[in-house]
Design a protein around this ligand. Structure first.
Ligand SMILES: C[C@@]1(CC(=O)O)c2cc3[nH]c(cc4nc(cc5[nH]c(cc(n2)[C@H]1CCC(=O)O)[C@@](C)(CC(=O)O)[C@@H]5CCC(=O)O)C(CC(=O)O)=C4CCC(=O)O)c(CCC(=O)O)c3CC(=O)O
Ligand SMILES: NC(=O)C1=CN([C@@H]2O[C@H](COP(=O)(O)OP(=O)(O)OC[C@H]3O[C@@H](n4cnc5c(N)ncnc54)[C@H](O)[C@@H]3O)[C@@H](O)[C@H]2O)C=CC1
Length: 185
């Protein structure tokens, strides 16, 4: 990807599309939770799953395949997200997807992404996707927080994610509060 290349923000109907996420760690969970605002179910394959994945599976929100990655998992899939902590495997997943003309995203190497995963703000019918062309992930997060102060609410609950993994919640004013002492949003 050349420097300063901007990606077009396309808003896709995901309701009937099969989405495969490989890996079920922190990044996968964050992205699955965002995707589930736009579709009923996401397919996930990994060797180890964070508890939240099991909870989503129990609710029918994710279909879990406990396995190491195999190409057959991509049959009939619209979009693949490589979210493992194995960079070589993530690259292999994207290469396989490209051969099959399946849209792919590699969370550990932006040069291999057909599309970037946006930071999302959703409030009723309003959807805002934020991206910095891969140049600054932290800036994207900061802009998301600024826009959340304007919309006042975000169905994509990034704060809940923080609570679950750090035991603290960052409120909109930026102050940290301990889990349970204040509601997340
Ligand atoms: C290019 C992109 C491609 C894609 O993955 O789709 C990409 C790539 C990479 N991110 C990396 C690291 C981090 N990314 C974040 C956060 C977010 N990253 C997200 C998107 C994207 N990340 C795509 C477009 C971004 C843009 O335009 O700049 C967000 C918006 C969406 C989401 O992930 O849900 C979400 C913020 C959500 C929010 O809070 O609003 C944090 C901070 C954190 O997690 O808190 C860190 C650690 C700190 C740091 O490094 O800055 C690495 C190195 C990995 C490694 O070390 O191996 C790569 C690989 C590379 O750049 O090649
Ligand atoms: N794009 C982004 O926003 C960010 C990307 N990253 C990248 O994301 C990667 C993953 O980070 P985390 O989710 O925190 O890791 P994690 O350790 O929480 O999860 C890794 C997941 O990969 C799975 N996995 C590993 N090998 C596998 C295999 N052969 N087959 C199937 N599943 C396999 C594991 O079972 C686990 O579910 C990091 O290594 C880093 O490169 C990290 C921060 C932000």
């Amino acid at each position: 990807m050349s420097e300063n290349k901007a990606f077009f923000p396309m808003f896709i109907d995901l309701t009937d599309k099969r989405i495969l996420v490989i890996g079920a760690g922190k990044i996968a969970v964050r992205r699955i939770r965002t995707l589930l605002l736009f579709t009923e179910q996401v397919e996930v394959t990994a060797r180890k799953f964070l508890p939240e994945i099991q909870e989503l599976a129990a609710k029918g929100k994710v279909k879990v395949v406990e396995s190491t990655f195999g190409e057959e998992l991509m049959d009939g899939v619209f979009m693949v997200l490589a979210c493992t902590d194995d960079k070589r495997l993530n690259s292999q997943i994207c290469a396989t997807a490209k051969k099959r003309n399946i849209l792919s995203n590699n969370c550990s190497d932006q040069t291999e992404c057909d599309f970037f995963f946006p930071s999302v703000i959703k409030k009723d019918e309003l959807v805002i996707g934020i991206n910095a062309g891969g140049t600054d992930h932290k800036k994207v997060k900061e802009v998301r927080r600024k826009i959340e102060r304007i919309t006042g609410y975000n169905e994509a609950d990034y704060n809940r994610h923080q609570k679950e993994y750090t035991g603290t919640d960052t409120k909109r004013d930026g102050k940290k509060v301990h889990r349970g002492s204040q509601s997340g949003s």
